[in-house]
Write a protein that binds this ligand. Structure first.
Ligand code: NAP
Length: 312
């Protein structure tokens, strides 16, 4: 079994930051991700609220973080983690390619977009239904599309999509957005955006590709048919914890509960970034969480080593 001091599961901003700090502390560090580094950052066109950068693309920020982690010696492997189990205090990390052993795991596996779970959604994914504006927006040049959701993602990505769309319906189930005021100001009065509030999507229809949405106003029960060729869904996300045993404590939404040192309910299993139960999920706090987790991991390894030195 290959051995590392620390294994980090997930190579988004939290994972790359944990990797940087662990490697810089001279720990033998492995970062695992089934996809190329970046996580949700790769789905983000422009970041304007990460301190120190007026504006930077998700791709560019990823490259900087990845290069910095690698420079200090973090190894990054593209492997899908299938299981993390604990045997006599040791953590066994099984991927689709290898089995690793480590005393410390940092979970930074983030979250995946939620589905509307309405008829037509699954059938038309990739045929007009999308969860990624940066990946798919350009396919809708000059077309009429819809965005569903009322959080930062929906409004931010909706604004981005107006670069391509002729018209954009922004559909939200309430009459209040939870997104930052800055984004709300930009969508209200935007010449290409029509707000459709207090409204849910009932069905997504189309033969081979999306042709229309059927919506229902939750206050008046009035239905409306929207002739769109694309629908972008941004209604929150679910933590990626499938590979973890169930005994780790989670909050009611499934996010991992940690203490102030980012330790989960299991000793030497830390969590950082979007996977963690917390108020907000920004790049800046993912990076902050990961710093704490990495330093806590280093302290843990030091304490184990000094106990071993004292042992007769
Ligand atoms: P979010 O804040 O959880 O918002 C999800 C939105 O989807 C809410 O408006 C919610 O409506 C709506 N929704 C949930 N389930 C729905 C359903 N089944 N049908 C219809 N609508 C549904 O998720 P998010 O926008 O992805 O943001 C996640 C985190 O990332 C947040 O902390 C956010 O601040 C952060 N973020 C930050 C930025 C940034 O630029 N700084 C960008 C993106 C994300 P209700 O409001 O009625 O619950």
């Amino acid at each position: 079994m290959k051995q590392y001091d620390v294994i980090i599961v997930g190579a988004g901003p939290a994972g790359l930051t944990a990797g940087l700090y662990c490697a810089r502390a001279k720990l033998k560090t492995l970062i695992l991700d089934k996809m190329s580094p970046g996580g949700q950052l790769l789905l983000t066109d422009a970041i304007e609220d990460y301190p120190g950068f007026d504006r930077i693309s998700g791709m560019e920020l990823t490259e900087k973080m990845e290069n910095q982690a690698r420079k200090f010696g973090a190894q990054i492997q593209l492997e899908e983690v299938q299981e993390v189990r604990i045997e006599n205090g040791k953590k066994i990390v099984k991927t689709d390619a290898e089995v690793y052993e480590t005393p410390v795991v940092i979970i930074t596996s983030g979250s995946s977009p939620n589905k509307l779970e309405v008829p037509g959604e699954r059938e038309l994914v990739g045929k007009g239904v999308s969860y990624c504006a940066l990946c798919d927006g350009a396919f809708f040049e000059g077309e009429d599309i819809a965005v569903v959701g009322g959080g930062d993602s929906a409004l931010k990505e909706g604004i981005f999509l107006t670069k391509f769309a002729r018209k954009l319906y922004l559909i939200h189930r309430r009459d209040q957005f939870r997104a930052q005021k800055n984004y709300q100001d930009k969508v209200r009065g935007h010449p290409k955006i029509e707000l459709i509030l207090d409204t849910v999507v009932e069905r997504i229809e189309g033969d081979k590709t999306v042709q229309r949405l059927i919506t229902r106003n939750v206050k008046t029960s009035q239905r409306r048919e929207l002739p769109v060729t694309g629908v972008f869904i941004f209604i929150g996300s679910t933590p990626n914890t499938q590979f973890l045993s169930n005994h780790l404590e989670r909050d009611p939404n499934g996010y991992l509960v940690t203490n102030a040192h980012m330790q989960t309910s299991e000793e030497a299993v830390y969590a950082a970034g979007d996977i963690r139960s917390q108020l907000t999920r920004q790049i800046s706090n993912a990076v902050g969480d990961a710093t704490v987790a990495a330093v806590a991991a280093e302290h843990y390894l030091e304490s184990v080593a000094s106990k071993d030195r004292r042992a007769p």
